[in-house]
Ligand binder design. Structure first.
Ligand code: TPP
Ligand code: MG
Length: 582
């Protein structure tokens, strides 16, 4: 068996069925082996970044690992943006790049020219900061070992993407017979001090009278979201979440109070700023959640952060948080040994008021005043029409914020590439989701700007007859950037409005063979559009000045968002603490 056949046999042995790829000289042997394998198939993308984004979405949609193959040089470098999506959000994915023959490579000449082999590029060095493991294999033995090691590293601990670079001569090297689990690798079971962690939580919560739990994505990444949701339902402790975590529980839970952050729910933000004890479960508290000035985040609370990654905890040195590192697969045992905190009645009343006043209440005051279509109403309408087990994927920009501010998740899988947030993510991600979960409805949202970054993948969708609903939130420009320019640059729309244009989306999508509907009012969105075969585009027309509401501006704390509340309402939100308004 040759190296390339060994790779195919390895992937099939791990239950992988489809490889996402684009071909090129240095990858052709591997792709040929995939094509010939009876249990493997491939999906051809039109751009490697789209293949990597689709692979990222495979895990988010199904819990299976996504795999890409690309050629050396431009093929490999094109993967990087998609790989970064997996890295920042702790998503497993496996990327295999072809490389020039070793005898043609710079490393073997004892000199350091920029390039020797055609399209030779040091992809391992380039990928290292955005992968958990990146290696070039030079022998048959190294290839065997790297495949097992890479997969194990990708899917254990704090998960993430891995990359193996395979020179063409290694692809053709004689490997011998395929050996299942060559290294006999088993995932390490780490010893964890369950009692010690539970004691730490108990000591922390015992002092609380205004407790709040912060549900982070790490809970779901460990596969323990049900246990934690059950604990929250039982204990009734109020909780808030991040966008990435909001796919892991039913938003109908009575003690769920919304997502926090710069674009967070006002009520959720008030609760964070007013609680006295904040228990953070598996969130890295990105600055979109804490706002730029982290000293202003939950300044009156004792904060206990639990996370699998010690580096994430080390970053809080100057924040004064208490921390504990452990693998969240042990979370159910820890919670079972945890005494629920006691809330004061004043806190319970405040939580109830904040929820009643703000939860599910996002609206566009701009659209109401201007008499234009509200993005919030469009998302509510789609929310009401999608299946309970739909996969709903988002891109970036204002379109992304409007979605996570509004969508009330019951059973759906909802996600975006939160940490990297590249324009153009959602369409290829939707393709990856539909390929791995063909029985589920797949809906993707994008801005008009983001849609243009991977618009070429419409042909991939049509080629494979994938029924995907694409919603373009079309405000004729880069809305989120314009809102920033309004506040910080006197409304000069350089490179966001000025210099930007878009094609006639109807012509474009019809040329690719999709159905097109122009949406001027939420009533134009119909259930039957979601049943269109072969891909459909809803082009949702939104006034170009429609802002994201609410939003933190200019480094303010998260409890003082635009549009600014009256001093009375602001003080009612901050019932337990005194904040100087800036
Ligand atoms: C690849 C990439 N380039 C640039 C950016 C910076 N950026 C973030 S949002 C945005 C504008 C997005 O416009 P659109 O998709 O139309 O969304 P809108 O804000 O208008 O809803 C830009 C340029 C990015 N996130 N990704
Ligand atoms: Mg736009």
């Amino acid at each position: 068996m040759q190296g390339c056949q060994y790779i195919a046999a390895f992937l099939a042995s791990k239950g992988i069925e489809k490889v996402f790829l684009m071909t090129g000289g240095a990858a052709t042997f591997m792709i040929d082996a995939v094509g010939q394998h009876p249990n493997l198939d491939y999906i051809c993308f039109q751009h490697e970044q789209a293949a990597a984004m689709a692979a990222d979405a495979v895990w988010r949609s199904s819990g299976k690992i996504g795999v890409t193959m690309a050629t050396s040089g431009p093929g490999a470098t094109n993967l990087l943006t998609g790989i970064a999506c997996s890295y920042f959000d702790s998503i497993p994915s496996l990327h295999i790049t072809g490389q020039v023959n070793m005898r043609e490579s710079a490393a073997y000449l004892g000199a350091a020219p920029r390039q020797v082999g055609f399209q030779e590029t040091k992809i391992v060095d380039m990928a290292r900061p955005i992968t958990k493991y990146a290696v070039q294999v030079r022998t048959a033995a190294e290839l065997k070992e790297a495949l097992e090691t890479a997969l194990q590293i990708s899917t254990t601990g704090r998960m993430g993407p891995v990359l193996i670079d395979v020179p063409m001569d290694v692809q053709q090297a004689e490997m011998g017979e395929f050996e299942v689990n060559h290294l006999g690798v088993v995932a390490p079971v780490d010893a964890v001090d369950i009692d010690g962690i539970a004691r730490k939580i108990n000591d922390f919560l015992a002092l609380a009278s205004r407790p709040l739990v912060y549900f982070g994505a790490g809970v779901g990444l460990a596969g323990e979201e049900r246990a934690v949701a059950a604990w929250l339902a039982e204990t009734k402790v109020p909780f808030v979440s991040s966008w990435n975590a909001s796919t892991y529980f039913d938003h109908d839970l009575p003690n769920y109070c919304g997502c926090v952050g710069v674009y967070g729910n006002r009520g959720a933000n008030f609760l964070v700023q007013n609680c006295d004890s904040l228990l953070v479960l598996g969130s890295r508290l990105d600055n979109r959640q804490r706002s730029g000035n982290t000293t202003q985040f939950a300044p009156h609370a004792n904060t206990l952060v639990l996370d699998i990654d010690v580096e994430e905890l080390a970053k809080y040195k100057s924040d004064g948080y208490t921390t504990a590192a452990f693998d969240f697969r042990h979370l159910p045992s820890v919670l079972a040994a945890t005494q629920p905190p006691k809330s004061s009645s004043a806190w319970r009343d405040h939580v109830a008021l904040m929820k009643k006043r703000y939860f599910g209440k996002h609206r566009s005051t701009y659209a109401e005043n201007a008499g234009t279509q509200s993005p919030y109403e469009v998302i509510q309408r789609i929310n009401a029409l999608v299946n309970r087990d739909a996969i709903v994927i988002n891109d970036t920009g204002a379109a992304l914020c409007w979605f996570f501010q509004t969508f009330h998740r019951t059973g759906q899988t909802i996600f975006t590439a939160g940490g990297n947030s590249p324009m153009g993510y959602s369409l290829p991600a939707a393709i990856g989701a539909k390929v791995v979960a063909p029985g589920r409805q797949v809906v993707c949202f994008s801005g008009d700007g983001g849609f243009q970054l991977n618009i070429q993948e419409l042909v991939t969708l049509v080629h494979h007859e994938l029924d995907v609903v694409i919603v373009i939130m079309n405000n004729g420009g880069y809305g989120i950037i314009k809102q920033f320019q309004d506040v910080n640059m006197g409304g000069r729309y350089h490179a966001s409005g000025r210099g930007y244009s878009q094609p006639d989306f109807r012509k474009v999508v019809e040329a690719y063979g999709l159905r097109y509907f122009r949406i001027e009012s939420p009533a134009d969105i119909k259930l039957e559009q979601f049943a269109v075969k072969g891909g459909v585009v809803l082009d949702v027309i939104i006034d170009q000045n429609t802002p994201i509401e609410p939003k933190v501006e200019r480094g303010r704390p998260i409890n003082d968002q635009f549009p600014y509340l009256s001093d009375t309402e602001f003080m009612e939100g901050n019932a337990f603490v005194t904040y100087e308004r800036q």
